[in-house]
Design a protein. Structure first.
Length: 59
């Protein structure tokens, strides 16, 4: 019988990977001059990506 795993591990991995991906996106947009890089914009991108991932995968 397969185990689904611990939801806390999935949430931590989701936040960690979303943080990396969101930071790279904001950094890339700042290089293009579209968006200013700051911790606030990187955190907002992280939250948006994590929320979309949670809704798409875990629901």
């Amino acid at each position: 019988m397969a185990s689904d795993g611990d939801i806390r591990v999935l949430l931590v991995l989701d936040l960690l990977l979303s943080a990396v991906f969101g930071t790279v996106i904001v950094w890339g947009l700042s290089l293009l001059g579209v968006l200013a890089f700051s911790l606030r914009t990187a955190a907002l991108a992280t939250l948006v990506i994590a929320l979309v991932t949670y809704l798409a995968v875990l629901r």
